[in-house]
Design a protein around this ligand. Structure first.
Ligand code: NAD
Length: 490
């Protein structure tokens, strides 16, 4: 949507994959793929509409109801998923190059994303035959079995910040449960997902099990979310679109998981190992240019440590290096012009309101002039009610806020509309547990923040951060439903 209208017939057109066949949009429309590093178009994708989504949902339905997938046992299904993980690793560099160019993210980040995407298929592939049921003691003469059934056809609406990782975490879990899937990637970043879907066919996935349809959110996305032929929907993106997804799911009486971002705090007590914390605090906001749902975008620091930590943080922050995806520096461009302007709006408003700037990393002179760059900025002390303390910027903007004591820290940490992740830094073990238990969010890290992609660790939010859990074994419960079988055998 935010791309220049310079669609060119010369660009390589990547295609949808429906029922195992590469297809253009039914009406032939296309969208440019724009590289955020320089703002130039480098490929094209189908601008799919309702007819394309109808065909993808029908293909997934057929694969679920009558294809080999439904009759395949969990062991074989799991093996296919593991094979796809291995294929992602074999094609790691090609996929990372797609992701880096599509998202403008440094290559090292794109490479790490592909390793994590592969790991999702390995993890859920080896979990497919471990979705165990239960028995329940009941009346004499009865045996009760609880088994888990797939939902059927699952829809996946994927954002642009970590396309391959978010595809991996929701699609692998869904397929492991025996569902078939239709994926609508973000219009800003699709290419790695089209390639992974091709790899799925190459390693032996039956046609129709995994379908991908590209296009705009308001067109292909809305058509998928509201489709009467889907049985469950997984969405990651903005709270505003999340509301539309939940309304569409409600109209069709289906379940959904919503992962809608956050304003995650890192709470630092004066007794913490500040040296160890410093690089983690910076990475938690700079990774992916701050365009990360779990970005640690608020540093809450005990007053007595403010003067020790903040100058050291500012000194390191000012040295963050920004570059193109190929430069492979600390941080790349924002995904598109709209996101770049959104970040600029937040920082300009904070300056106008007099919020002190503690550090601003200079943008190098060698950046391509058409790229969507934003300078990393550190603000503090940020007033508690200020937008920078409450709202998700989704960019390289870090807010520092001092607190008085533990009770104040809890109130501040929980005092935004969001609740996704929190970090607690202290050497006091009892306090770390009290704090972790007091956080209103889905994940808490103690003396660390984020780790290895967290494939095994259930993840999701409360409040405006959404609901439902992905990652880990919990995702297998989201993508399946229990069925109670009551046997009266006398
Ligand atoms: P978005 O929520 O509009 O887009 C996310 C996905 O939803 C994309 O695939 C998009 O095509 C699709 N979509 C958009 N409108 C839709 C609709 N009406 N029906 C169905 N699908 C639809 O997000 P955005 O506009 O790309 O970014 C705006 C803001 O959202 C960002 O600034 C950021 O704050 C937030 N965001 C959060 C995450 C996250 O990981 N939580 C990811 C991306 C964006």
């Amino acid at each position: 949507m935010n791309k220049p209208a310079n669609v060119s017939a010369l660009l390589k057109l990547h295609r949808n994959i429906v029922s195992g066949i590469a297809r253009e949009a039914a009406d032939g429309r296309i969208l440019d793929c724009v590289c955020p590093s320089d703002g130039l178009s480098f490929a094209a994708i189908p601008r799919s509409g309702k007819a394309d989504v109808d065909a993808a949902v029908a293909a997934a339905r057929e694969a679920f109801e009558t294809g080999p997938w439904g009759r395949m046992n969990a062991i074989e299904r799991g093996r296919l998923l593991v094979k796809l993980g291995e294929a992602i690793l074999r094609n790691h560099e090609e996929l990372a190059q797609f992701e880096a160019q599509d998202c403008g993210k440094p290559l090292k980040q794109a490479r790490a994303d592909m390793t994590a995407a592969a790991r999702y298929f390995e993890f859920y592939g080896t979990a497919a035959d471990k979705v165990h049921g239960e028995t329940i003691p009941f009346l004499n003469g009865y045996t009760i079995a609880i088994v888990r059934d797939p939902h059927g056809v699952t829809g996946h609406i994927v954002p642009w910040n970590y396309p391959a990782q978010i595809f991996g975490r929701s699609v692998a879990a869904s397929l492991a449960c025996g569902n078939t899937s239709v994926v609508k990637p973000a219009e800003d970043a699709c290419l790695s997902l089209i390639r992974i879907t091709e790899l799925a066919l190459e390693v032996g996935f039956p046609p129709g099990v995994l379908n991908i349809v590209t296009g705009l959110g308001a067109e292909a996305g809305a058509a998928l979310a509201g489709h009467p032929g889907i049985d469950f929907i997984s969405f990651t993106g903005s709270p505003e679109t999340g509301t539309l997804i939940q309304q569409a799911a409600a109209r069709n009486h289906i379940g959904c998981t919503l992962e809608l971002g956050g304003k995650s705090p890192q709470v630092i007590f004066a007794d913490a190992d500040l040296e160890a914390a410093l690089p983690v605090l910076i990475n938690a906001i700079i990774q992916n240019g701050g365009q990360t749902c779990s970005a640690g975008s608020r540093i809450l620091i005990e007053k007595s440590a403010y003067e020790v930590l903040v100058p050291a943080l500012a000194a390191r922050f000012a040295k963050i290096a920004v570059g193109t995806h190929a430069d492979d520096r600390d941080m790349g461009a924002m995904i598109n012009r709209k996101q770049q302007q959104r970040v600029a709006m937040f920082t300009a408003r904070a300056r106008e309101e007099g919020v002190p700037v503690l550090a601003e990393a200079a943008l190098p002179a060698d950046l391509p002039s058409g790229g969507f760059y934003a300078a990393p900025m550190l603000f503090g002390p940020v007033p508690r009610a200020n937008s920078l303390a409450m709202d998700e910027v989704f960019g390289p903007v870090l807010s520092v806020i001092p607190f008085e004591d533990e009770a104040d820290a809890v109130a501040l940490a929980n005092g935004t509309p969001y609740g996704l992740v929190a970090g607690i830094w202290t050497r006091d073990a009892r306090r770390s547990m009290r704090m972790a238990r007091a956080m209103r969010c889905g994940q808490v890290f103690v003396n660390g923040y984020g780790a290895g992609g967290g494939i095994e660790l259930p993840f999701g939010g409360v409040k405006k951060s959404g609901h439902g859990r992905e990652k880990g074994f919990e995702a297998l419960y989201e993508f399946s439903a229990s069925k109670t079988i009551v046997i009266n055998h006398g």
